[in-house]
Design a protein around this ligand. Structure first.
Ligand SMILES: NC(=O)c1ccc[n+]([C@@H]2O[C@H](COP(=O)([O-])OP(=O)(O)OC[C@H]3O[C@@H](n4cnc5c(N)ncnc54)[C@H](O)[C@@H]3O)[C@@H](O)[C@H]2O)c1
Length: 339
């Protein structure tokens, strides 16, 4: 089984490609390298002894997509390619809508032309906005997003839902990730943000390795266990396994399938910091700063639907997430720039 993986050498894509190869699924990767390095392909080869077919190109380039579909008998697509920084999306909304929304439409058109009607899309818990109730189930209201990035994910979900309503032979799976963190246990692949990290875990990792002076904690007066923000952190290897389950179980069934990928457990910023300090064996400096506009107090997933229908649940602990991130970061202090 061949699966086109857009954005396949990015953070989640690279871990998922390894899981695919291990599951006997052949990834065909398309990536424009806007947030990734070719060295990832070497690392995938080292870990699996297989070098995936790679196309350098943009998901908005329909000719390129048409070529890929004509050169390979592809049965499904996993669509990771997109821009993902909330802060940057506020400054560059047009770029975000063009890449994330237009890219998804071009891809869907090319798929239809090629007769490929199975897609797994990287959505996000941001589509739920500021939830009134936790845990958040797949039926919770969506759309009250707080930034252009979140809106771009919500809009793509709407486009795909309308496509399914019009053409019910499609199999469309929307995976709403909570907060993927961690790295492959080998330490060979991991998250390598360019510039200032947007997310907590890579930020802590860069403090631990000496690239940043301290962790900025935005707000300690939320109504949470210790006043800091609470999120549902999930190991990227569990996220990768969720894609394999989705491909195998619903990837060939016509339908609009929607699942949360989370652990079902909320963890605060300070709990994460403690887990990381334990992993790296040092106390890490942090400073409390004012809350950031648009940040929500807490959010975690209801995981029942994925458990029941995909027979999938996250198995890795917070300590494993911290230990694997530290293993990756300490072996690659400058990320893939060390290669
Ligand atoms: N990491 C998270 O916390 C998180 C949470 C929820 C959803 N997501 C979504 O999951 C997907 C993957 O996230 P990630 O963390 O692996 O991000 P990433 O930036 O590491 O990976 C995205 C990959 O897509 C590529 N890319 C971007 N635009 C492209 C385009 N137009 N054409 C071809 N390739 C393109 C990049 O070079 C990169 O390799 C994204 O769509 C993201 O929005 C991520």
């Amino acid at each position: 089984m061949k699966v086109l993986v857009t954005g396949g050498i990015g953070y989640i894509g690279s871990h998922t490609c390894i899981a695919m190869i291990e599951a006997g699924i052949e990834p065909i990767i398309l990536d424009n390298l806007s947030n990734s390095k070719l060295a990832v392909l070497d690392r995938i080869e080292t870990l699996t002894s297989i070098r995936p077919v790679f196309y350098q190109g943009d998901v908005r380039d329909q000719d390129k997509l048409d070529l890929i579909f004509s050169e390979h008998e592809i049965s499904s697509v996993i669509h990771f390619a997109g821009l993902k920084s909330v802060g940057e999306s506020v400054a560059k909304p047009l770029e975000y809508f063009d890449n994330n929304v237009n890219g998804s439409l071009v891809l869907a058109r090319s798929m239809r032309k090629a007769g490929v009607k199975s897609i797994v899309f990287s959505s996000s818990a941001t589509v739920y906005g500021d939830p009134k109730v936790v845990p958040i189930s797949e039926n919770s209201p969506t759309g009250a997003t707080t930034n252009p990035y979140g809106r771009s994910k919500y809009i793509v979900e709407q486009c795909f839902s309308d496509l399914f309503a019009a053409e019910p032979l499609w199999s469309i799976t929307l995976l709403r990730y909570f907060n993927p963190v961690g790295a492959h246990p080998s330490g060979l692949i991991g998250e390598d943000p360019q510039g200032m990290p947007n997310n907590l875990m890579p930020f802590i990792a860069q403090v631990a390795v000496g690239r940043r002076d301290f962790l900025a904690v935005f707000g300690d007066d939320y109504d949470t266990v210790d006043g800091t923000g609470v999120r549902d952190y999930i190991h990227v290897m569990d996220v990768a396994a969720g894609h394999i389950a989705a491909l195998k179980i619903v990837g060939e069934k016509a339908g609009l399938h929607i699942y949360n990928l989370g652990t079902g457990q909320g963890r605060s910023v300070l709990e994460m910091l403690d887990a990381f300090s334990l992993a790296c064996g040092k106390t890490l400096p942090y400073q409390i700063l004012p809350r950031r506009a648009g940040d929500i107090a807490q959010c975690w997933a209801s995981t029942e639907k994925a458990q029941q229908e995909l027979d999938w649940h996250a198995t890795r602990t917070l300590n494993e997430m911290a230990a694997d991130t530290w293993n990756w970061q300490s072996k690659n202090p400058q990320g893939y720039s060390d290669c």
